[in-house]
Every structure is written in structure tokens, then in C-alpha cells.
Design a protein around this ligand. Structure first.
Ligand code: F3S
Length: 397
């Protein structure tokens, strides 16, 4: 890799131990992936926040790093393992809460903003077209690349933190024009029915893995693209996609392309995927969890609108509606309505929280959550997948 004199000096330890380890990690990563140099980033978003995902080893590593490191660009966090104010209501144990608070304090010592959300772009951290970033959370990465036209690889927690400390990331992968072109076409014909973007994302992720798909035949709203990208990143490893007539790089996505593989998606295929996400219909749903990715203001208001005029079902499941602190604050009236039926939780989600302590069967409207909740995945749950309306019928009558 080509390094500037300043970068060489940091690597030699002249900027202190904190900047030395970070530069060493970035250079190693860049060398592995054939990067020519480092590129300045506008912001970093860090995964590895929930105590459930990083455990004691991760906490110790962060504490070590925090003794010598501070971030040098705006840096914010992925959801944590609990709502910092309502963790007891979530069934989180005292010891878990103490460790989680310790993780957040450690990030804060390094200058990281304690904004714990997978939708930072909805609450003021909106990258500009062409900005280079080092973001970690896969749905946020997908949205930043695809919908906003910013440029980020899917970083791991340590590499995003190293980039945040140096303010740069190795220039490879999706930072380069040549890797942002479509590598597959997805033609969707849903027979005029509304498209279930969670199912579509799961299907395309399963079929196309790490491709850069160009979609035709759909006209998603921003919230639909949030669900679509999250599901493709979970069932496959799609970090960038284009939608004809909608996303900012779609018009140039086919430049120089040879004949690309094409996936034709029908309504029937979407129905089959949708059915496959519900393992078996269980006798009882313990938890209805909405908000993967974190809900936008419009989505919180939609949930409230569907609940107005109804009452909680006797013995119905718990309801968690997950969003960011800022959206919750803005959705004041909607939150009051929803809280008659369940909890509006912030800074956390049904996947990175210890959901196992309150539920064995969780119902979700998210393709991504449906991939991570099951027994053989991350949360030991039986999963029911359905639309927002279907799920709210379980909690309200
Ligand atoms: Fe966000 Fe948690 Fe889903 S981090 S994308 S709500 S798994």
C-alpha cells in the first residue's frame, strides 16, 4: 500500500500507541484486499455494541483500546443489548445491564457518540452522495451504499473503530467505481400485488449471495428499501443494490457490463419464501417484535394508526416496537398510543437483546430478523413471519 509520510509516521508510533495499532490494522486489511492507499472517511458506525454479541472478551478488548485511542471523525453505534432506561421491563438481568453500561461508557471515553441505532441516516447522520464511510451494520451499509450513493464496505467492529481513530479506511471493494456496477439483474413481476420487500430481500440474498443486483419492476419507498437491503444482507451478503428509476447509481450500473445473470421473481416465489420464514405455526406467540431495521417516524406513526380504536387482547403476546431515541422523541403522540399495548424501546432490538429471557416464539415483519431469530441462528426462537397488520392483530382487537 502507498502511505503518505504522515501515515508512515503514525505506523511507526509517532502518534502514540492508539493511532499505531489502528494504522497497523488498516494497513493489514488494505494489504489483504489489495488497496492502493487509504481514503478519508466522513463518519464511522460501529458494530460490536451489545454485550450479548461481544461478551466479556469484547468488553476487555475495548477497555484496552480505550486507554490509548480516541476517534477523529463523527462516530456512532449500532443497537445495544437493552434500552438503557427500560432494561428491567425487557427482562434483562442486572449483571447483563451492568456489563452493557460498561461497554457504552468505554465507547464514550473514546469520543464515540452514544447513538445506538442501525438507522443513523434517519436521525441526522445522513451521508452525502460519494462520501466514503466505515460503517459496520449490514442494513445501514446497504442503505448508505444503495439509497444514498455513499461508499462503504461492510466493516467489522474492530476495523470500523480503527478507521474512526485514523479518520481513513483502505480504498478497496465498494470504495471503487468498478465494484459498484451491477453483477446480476432481478426482474420482479408481482402480478400487480404489493411487494413484500422482506421476502424479496431474503429470496435475492439466498439466490445471489454477494452480487450487486439491479432490480427492475419495483418502485420501493425509502422504508421499503430499508427492509429490502436488510434482508438481502442477512440471507446473503449483498451490500449494494440498484433499483431502476429509483436509486442514485442505477443509471450507470450497467456501464460496460457484459450479459448478466438474470433472476425472474414471481409472486408465487415470494409467497413460498414468506411461508418458509415461519417454521411451524406455534400454539402461542410470546412476543411481537417490530423495528428491524429501527422504525422510521412514519413507520411508528403507522403502527399507532393501526392500533387506535382497539384494545389489547387479553393474554396477547408482548409487543416491542424498536426505534432510535430521536424518532421516539419526535413520535410523542404515536408512542403514547402504542404504549397502551406494549413497549416502544430505543437503542436496542429483538436480535441483539437477550430476547430468549422473555420469549420462545417471536413474530416479526422483518426478513432480516426472521433470518437471525431462529433456533439455529442467534436467538433460539421459533419464528412467525407476517405483515405489520397481521402481527398487530395478535396484540390488539
Ligand atoms: Fe437493526 Fe437489530 Fe435489525 S441492529 S437491522 S434492528 S437486527
Amino acid at each position: 500500500m502507498r502511505l503518505s509520510a504522515d501515515e508512515e509516521a503514525i505506523l511507526a508510533g509517532e502518534g502514540g500507541e492508539g493511532r499505531r495499532w489502528a494504522m497497523e490494522l488498516l494497513v493489514a486489511l488494505g494489504t489483504i484486499f489489495g488497496a492502493e492507499d487509504l481514503v478519508a472517511i466522513a463518519s464511522a458506525q460501529l458494530a460490536g455494541v451489545s454485550y450479548k454479541t461481544i461478551g466479556d472478551w469484547g468488553l476487555r478488548w475495548l477497555q484496552d483500546v480505550s486507554r490509548t485511542s480516541v476517534v477523529s471523525v463523527p462516530t456512532f453505534l449500532n443497537p445495544a443489548g437493552m434500552d438503557p432506561e427500560r432494561w428491567e421491563l425487557m427482562g434483562v438481568e442486572r449483571e447483563f445491564a451492568a456489563k452493557q453500561r460498561s461497554i457504552l461508557r468505554t465507547y464514550n471515553r473514546m469520543g464515540v457518540e452514544l447513538t445506538c441505532t442501525c438507522t443513523p441516516y434517519l436521525i441526522g447522520h445522513l451521508p452525502a452522495f460519494g462520501d466514503h464511510l466505515a460503517w459496520s451494520e449490514s442494513s445501514a451499509v446497504s442503505y448508505a451504499n444503495s439509497v444514498l450513493g455513499a461508499r462503504t464496505n461492510r466493516e467489522g467492529g474492530p476495523s470500523a473503530l480503527a478507521a474512526a481513530v485514523i479518520g481513513k479506511t483502505p480504498r478497496y471493494g465498494l470504495h471503487l467505481d468498478r465494484n459498484r456496477r451491477a453483477t446480476a439483474i432481478v426482474r420482479v413481476d408481482a402480478d400487480g400485488a404489493p411487494v413484500d420487500y422482506g421476502s424479496l430481500g431474503v429470496l435475492v440474498g439466498r439466490e445471489l449471495g454477494m452480487s450487486v443486483p439491479l432490480f427492475t419492476g419495483i418502485a420501493p419507498r425509502p422504508d421499503d428499501m430499508k427492509s429490502l437491503g436488510a434482508a438481502m444482507a442477512a440471507s446473503g451478503a449483498v451490500a449494494l443494490y440498484h433499483v431502476e428509476g429509483t436509486t442514485p447509481e442505477a443509471a450507470t450500473a450497467l456501464e460496460g457490463a457484459a450479459r448478466l445473470p438474470t433472476l425472474d421473481v414471481t409472486q408465487r416465489m415470494l409467497s413460498e419464501v414468506r411461508e418458509s420464514l415461519t417454521e411451524t405455526i406455534p400454539a402461542r406467540v410470546d412476543l411481537v417484535a417490530l423495528g428491524c431495521p429501527h422504525l422510521s417516524l412514519e413507520e411508528v406513526e403507522e403502527v399507532a394508526a393501526r392500533l387506535r380504536g382497539k384494545r389489547p387482547r387479553r393474554d396477547g403476546p408482548l409487543l416491542w416496537v424498536c426505534t432510535s431515541k430521536e424518532v421516539k422523541k419526535r413520535a410523542h403522540d404515536a408512542v403514547r398510543t402504542i404504549e397502551r399495548f406494549g413497549r416502544v424501546l430505543t437503542d436496542t432490538c429483538m436480535v441483539v437483546a437477550p430476547v430468549e429471557s422473555v420469549a420462545r416464539t417471536t413474530a416479526t415483519n422483518s426478513g432480516k430478523a426472521a433470518c437471525y431469530l431462529p433456533m439455529d441462528a442467534f436467538c433460539s426462537q421459533r419464528v412467525v413471519y407476517g405483515s405489520t397488520a397481521e402481527l398487530l392483530d395478535l396484540v390488539a382487537e
